[in-house]
Design a protein around this ligand. Sequence first.
Ligand code: TPP
Ligand code: MG
Length: 365
Amino acid sequence: MATKETRAHGNTPAKDTPAKPAAADGPDLPGLEPGELKELLRLMILARRFEEKAAESYQLGKIGGFLHLYIGQEAVAAGAITALREDDYVISAYRDHAQALIRGIPARAVMAELYGRADGCSKGMGGSMHLFDRSVNFLGGHAIVGSHLPIAAGVGYAIRYRGGDQVCLCFFGDAAVNIGAFHEALNMAAKWELPVIWIIENNAYGMGTDIRRSAAISELVDRACAYEGTASTQVDGMDVQKVRAAVDEAVRIAREEKRPSLIEAITYRFMGHSMADPSHGTYRAREEVEGWREDDPILSLSDQLIAADVITAEEYEEMDRAVIEEVEGSAEFADASPLPDESHIYDLVYSDEYPHGLDRRDSWR
Ligand SMILES: Cc1ncc(C[n+]2csc(CCOP(=O)(O)OP(=O)(O)O)c2C)c(N)n1
Ligand SMILES: [Mg+2]
């Protein structure tokens, strides 16, 4: 059963919990302005309310395919993405709704994508796992575990090749650290000194498998030691300010020292692996989930901000109401959006122009 005791960074033996790192391990809190703290809170509420609506729409049969909710993990995306500049890049695995919203894809474009509609950010052809929007440098949404890590290294290489100082923030789950592409990507990023920030969202499970049953290492962050020059830190992923502090520092390292970082955020998903999976009762106990729910990142921050007079309880409720309105509007928008035209089904699969005078191999169509 999970407890939530803290653990120090290092080679501590595996415990029977996905435990949280000690506060003293991370950098100091970032000292954010009240406006920035409120915005962090609003972004996490947006992600939460959006996914609650998406779950409802899924149950009504309006969303097909898989739907992986991020509920519980919001502090990781909010803390990390707000540390970036507009010209930086974000790339993610399939649990990508919060990252897309926080990066700035409008809720209605994300919801329409979940509904498979033409006004979705991927024109209704990608769905939940393939959100994409070049205008905000959000490069997906990738369904194959670990597949986007080499792409992130490629983005880092392109930044360096062009002499820029942007960074690429790459999110992935704990199970991805056992995939070959993880090692290939971290190796090249270290060797070529690429400005990539790798973020392991350690929610303790890959589908129904406890990470301690599949990883031959107890602290996932220690994987970084195999790739010299890669900075590394483990952070409490239920605390948005700590995540922000860790990513602020990684961004500095990427821009100034031109080095990659590996951050392990210890977090937890409150829902099942996907909508097809119960939240507890099979591979994890109800008490474990309830224990982590006590650390809800949204309630923790709102309590803290109300206690510190940064926000009043009324302002918090008003913020929540405004977000719910936005989310409801996004579902109405998605409902009204048309299905993509079938004639465009191959448009985004193959390039229209093949290099070197080659014929399109799909010319039989
Ligand atoms: C290469 C590959 N193998 C298997 C799968 C099936 N699969 C989908 S999600 C998943 C678990 C991944 O867990 P983790 O990386 O911890 O991410 P989380 O779902 O916890 O966010 C697996 C095995 C896949 N998508 N890709
Ligand atoms: Mg996981």
